[in-house]
Design a protein around this ligand. Structure first.
Ligand code: MG
Length: 162
């Protein structure tokens, strides 16, 4: 059985993951409108992964006999700055996700809940990847500066995300 504290925070995490999906989908819409299909596709894929993360928590809470209570999801922003600013926001958001996962892990450790630690290990590794990928795109955008040519190249590379 999950502790009350861990169960509550895992329920909050479902909301948090779904908000992440909403945020990335809003960013994706912004790029679609501006005809930057590669950036839009990368962020739409990211949004899809966040929904899968939410469902992992949804499944795990049930596996442990807990109760899922869904909460309202905040409205994401609808206006955005330049690509480099958007990816600064993506990296900042991923760091806040990492902090959330670390919080959950610290509760699981305090609870001596080994099953939850094992479950959360996947997310610990996933966050290393997420921060790495967001940093990579951000670094490319910083290098590109105001070069439309370079932006087109980055857009093309991001379009290839499976
Ligand atoms: Mg996530």
């Amino acid at each position: 059985m999950l502790s009350k504290n861990l169960s509550d925070e895992m329920n909050n995490q479902i909301k948090f993951e779904l908000y992440s999906a909403y945020l990335y989908l809003a960013m994706s819409a912004h790029f679609e409108e501006a005809n930057w299909g590669g950036f839009a596709k990368w962020l739409a894929k990211q949004a899809q992964e966040e929904q899968e993360h939410a469902l992992k928590f949804f499944g795990y809470i049930h596996d442990r006999g807990g109760k899922v209570t869904l909460q309202a999801i905040e409205t994401p922003p609808s206006t955005f700055g330049k690509p480099v600013e958007i990816f600064e926001e993506v990296l900042k958001h991923e760091k806040s996700v990492t902090a959330r996962i670390n919080l959950l892990y610290s509760i699981a450790v305090k609870d001596n809940d080994y099953a939850s630690q094992e479950f959360l290990n996947w997310f610990v590794k996933e966050q290393v990847e997420e921060e790495k990928n967001a940093t990579m795109v951000l670094e490319w955008l910083k290098m590109a500066g105001d070069s439309v040519n370079a932006l087109f190249q980055i857009n093309g590379m991001l379009a290839s995300r499976g």
